[in-house]
Design a protein around this ligand. Structure first.
Ligand code: ZN
Ligand code: ZN
Length: 162
């Protein structure tokens, strides 16, 4: 299948059918208890081929189908205290896998990319637990730690007896 063609045809869809959908996922190693939170999203950056105009020299830009937006999907790692904003992008993701950005090759992101892809495509069944982020039932804040996702309530609300 010509995936590039498909991508272009679906350029206006916000949620094209994909192996790994956009979302925030926490992966836990049940043996060590260690976990990492990843976010997959559509970039929506300005298309660099038409500078966001949607056309070049009077013709519809064929890189973005005239949307002016770069619809590539990126994978990011939660790397700070805020699970809303502290994400570090490290690669592109599509139905063929994760491609770590060149400047990050040879770093921890190679292994993280491999682990994420294997887990999300079902090749690590039992050895990695996957949880999708959810919202706190009381305050609606985003929950990304394994404990909070399982409980459905964040630590602050839980400490208040919820
Ligand atoms: Zn363009
Ligand atoms: Zn809460």
């Amino acid at each position: 299948m010509d995936t590039n063609k498909d991508k272009n045809m679906n350029a206006t869809d916000t949620t094209p059918a994909t192996i790994v959908p956009n979302g925030t996922f926490t992966l836990t190693n049940p043996v060590s208890g260690g976990y990492r939170t990843f976010r997959v999203r559509t970039w929506n950056k300005e298309c660099r081929f038409c500078n966001g105009k949607g056309e070049t020299a009077g013709r519809t830009c064929n890189k973005c189908d005239g949307t002016g937006k770069d619809r590539a999907r990126v994978i990011e790692l939660l790397a700070g205290p805020s699970n809303e904003s502290d994400y570090q992008g490290f690669g592109f993701i599509d139905d063929r896998g994760v491609r770590v950005w060149a400047r990050l090759k040879g770093t921890q992101f190679d292994a993280l990319a491999r682990c994420f892809w294997s887990a999300m495509t079902g090749r690590m069944q039992g050895s990695i637990e996957i949880q999708e982020a959810r919202s706190c039932l009381r305050c609606n804040r985003k929950l990304t730690t394994p404990e909070s996702i399982a409980r459905g309530i964040g630590p602050e609300c839980a400490s208040k007896g919820w």
